[in-house]
Design a protein around this ligand. Sequence first.
Ligand SMILES: Cc1cc2nc3c(=O)[nH]c(=O)nc-3n(C[C@H](O)[C@H](O)[C@H](O)COP(=O)(O)OP(=O)(O)OC[C@H]3O[C@@H](n4cnc5c(N)ncnc54)[C@H](O)[C@@H]3O)c2cc1C
Length: 450
Amino acid sequence: MEFEQTTFDVVVIGGGTTGITAALTAAQAGLRVLIIESQLALTGTMANALVTPMMPTFVTSGTQHRQFVQKLEQQAQQSLQGPGSTTIWFSPETAVITAEQLCQEAGITILYQTTVYGVEVVAETIQAVFVQSFNHQLKIMTPRLIDTSGDAIIPRLAGIPVASGDATGHNQAVSFRFEIGNIDITQLRLWCREQGYTFNACDTDSFFEFVHVPNQPACGQLGAIFAAAVANGELEAADIRYIQGFSMPDKPNTLSFNGPQIPASDNTQNPWQLSAYVRTGRMMQQRLWKFLQANIPGFATSFINQEARMLGIRESYRIQGYYELSATDYRQRQKFVDGIAKGDWYIDIHRDDESVEDDAFKQKYTPGEYYEIPYRSLIIPELRNYIAAGRHISCEFAMQSSVRIQATCQMMGEAVGIAAGISFHDGLDFQAIDGQQIKKQLEEAQACHN
Ligand SMILES: Cc1cc2nc3c(=O)[nH]c(=O)nc-3n(C[C@H](O)[C@H](O)[C@H](O)COP(=O)(O)OP(=O)(O)OC[C@H]3O[C@@H](n4cnc5c(N)ncnc54)[C@H](O)[C@@H]3O)c2cc1C
């Protein structure tokens, strides 16, 4: 078959949270950059799976994360942090346009609706990837490849072993997020207060969190109301296990729901299962919305504004790199000579039965404490010019639930963008780069911005 062929200095697979920062950093280093993205919009899970807001980090390495948040804020034209809150609230639409503008300004080429389905490897070196782009097939050649697919797509296509799930192969639970619009949030807030609801850190119309977690005293009477709905058959038990709606700057009267979390959705390795999760999740969204509309003040004239365009997959495949970051590293707040990103989110495993074993890991850091992610967790022995960043790096199942947070992903993205610059200017494969050099460059960049 004849393919149209094109060459770029670096190809970034996946224009998610991580891929954007990788691409921006590589472009700043002077490389011709191509992002290949399956969806029609950048930011991946962030906007396409409707994952807002961004959880806080109290440590940063590098500057891209901070610059992205500043650009988001300019785009939103209002503060993204509510009174007393460290979480960064945003709308998916603001995230998409922010990422689009940043990439356009940096001269980055993007192939949207383009999926990588094949890779050509010669002597442990990637030569090209094969893509399906709007039903056209292309061959993209590159001397260096950044994999930010979240799914370890390149090792899998090349037949290189990857990891997935916990010791028994079970993955974290999948969510199918959605938004409900035209809510009278003032009325909802007042009603919540009357129910003894104290969950909110900052209780304003712009920064409001509507949460139901069974047996959570801060939810007041909500627990009894939702339990009665299950008892009378309006809702199913799985529907109320995890209800969490966030307001968004730029989108008045709208809540973005961090759910439904699909019951028994612990297999992200099987496409048939993933489609079944979509069907289950869609029905759960309908049940919850109809219940809220009929029973909860503020929702009377509401409607489902949108459902996510991507399933909320927290964890699927992970590369098997030179170093596997572990839960022990989390507990020990481990630092590395080649530590190229910092993480401080707790071990946050989502599954139907959050076992006691998981609780043992859930010791949160005090602000300022952190672990480092070594460069060796981003590269693999089998491919010289390959590097990964984001939620699929080389780490244990439990540890993945900490490193996957958006801010940490952005720090990793910046580090691999720097690595691409070194590779380009010094003629080195990713495998041959000394991670200490990247750590030093990140520290210098950060010092300039402090
Ligand atoms: C339900 C849920 C709730 C979460 N809550 C929070 C939260 O509150 N705060 C927080 O900070 N983090 C949260 N997270 C985690 C965080 O959002 C993700 O871990 C993070 O955004 C992952 O970013 P990424 O760039 O590594 O991967 P992704 O966002 O998955 O991006 C990968 C990109 O690669 C593309 N891609 C994949 N394969 C191919 C291919 N073959 N060809 C072309 N393109 C491809 C995808 O379309 C996608 O755009 C949550 C995650 C989920 C699922």
